[in-house]
Design a protein around this ligand. Structure first.
Ligand SMILES: NC(=O)C1=CN([C@@H]2O[C@H](COP(=O)(O)OP(=O)(O)OC[C@H]3O[C@@H](n4cnc5c(N)ncnc54)[C@H](O)[C@@H]3O)[C@@H](O)[C@H]2O)[C@H](O)CC1
Ligand code: K
Length: 215
């Protein structure tokens, strides 16, 4: 079954109201991505990983991926696309503040902090279901950078720049090798495997009753 962005946000809110907080949804989302990364790269401890994080919860998911991957010995660089003080959500900010305390993770603050980096894996946590309109800077430059590399690209929830409802793209968009989308397939994704790559749908612990009245 495929759902709309509006339905996803309603389900997320219902889950939160039932007592399953967004912070845990985010943790489960990031952990589910790491499982898929480990499937593809059992030797991830020898890999250099570049994580792009936007200022919303798509970025928050990516910060969780970064933290979990350090536990497997991967060399992690996280590039936040903006000022930490501009992070939009408490869930994303909480994860950023943890990374700030982790010497094992290199932190950057814009695409310029990522250019001299020969990476094996890129995590696209720039934009997810909260995308609106044409891509603004520095997100646009980050997307260009991602597409220029021949690193393995895995998208958080949606390839950044793809409209999850329609499958249309903004002026810039990530072409991913794999997309891990959460809870249920988003309506506009199956027809855009050219951008999503292989799509995995991962449950993140939201009670199914959160769908009552929505689906
Ligand atoms: N649905 C769930 O159960 C869960 C979803 N998770 C993740 O959360 C994102 C959605 O997060 P949200 O904060 O609502 O939006 P985004 O992070 O996708 O984007 C908002 C962020 O991006 C900026 N922005 C929007 N449009 C543009 C643009 N055209 N150019 C530049 N910047 C743009 C906006 O200003 C905000 O800063 C979902 O995709 C999942 O990944 C939860 O973490 C887990 C549960
Ligand atoms: K994304």
């Amino acid at each position: 079954m495929e759902i709309t962005v509006k339905q996803m946000y309603q389900i997320e809110e219902n889950g939160h109201q039932m007592g399953f907080p967004r912070q845990l949804m985010m943790e489960n989302a990031g952990a589910s991505m790491v499982r898929r990364i480990l499937e593809k790269f059992p030797d991830v401890s020898s890999k250099r990983v570049l994580v792009f994080a936007g200022l919303g919860n798509n970025g928050g998911d990516a910060l969780v991926v970064a933290r979990h991957l350090t536990g497997y010995g991967a060399k992690i660089t996280v590039v936040l696309l903006g000022n930490p003080s501009d992070i939009k959500t408490i869930e994303c900010k909480t994860n950023w503040q943890i990374l700030e305390k982790m010497k094992s993770v290199q932190l950057g603050f814009g695409p310029a902090d990522a250019t001299n980096f020969d990476v094996d894996i890129i995590v696209d946590g720039i934009l997810g279901t909260g995308i609106t309109g044409q891509i603004r800077e520095p997100h646009a430059s980050a997307i260009d950078l991602i597409n220029k590399t021949n690193a393995f690209k895995i998208a958080v929830d949606v390839p950044s720049g793809l409209d999850p409802d329609t499958g249309n793209t903004a002026d810039k968009y990530v072409t991913a090798d794999v997309t891990v989308t959460f809870h249920k397939m988003k309506r506009g994704m199956p027809k855009r495997k050219d951008l999503c790559g292989i799509i995995f749908v991962e449950k993140i612990g939201i009670p199914t009753e959160a769908e009552i009245g929505v689906l």
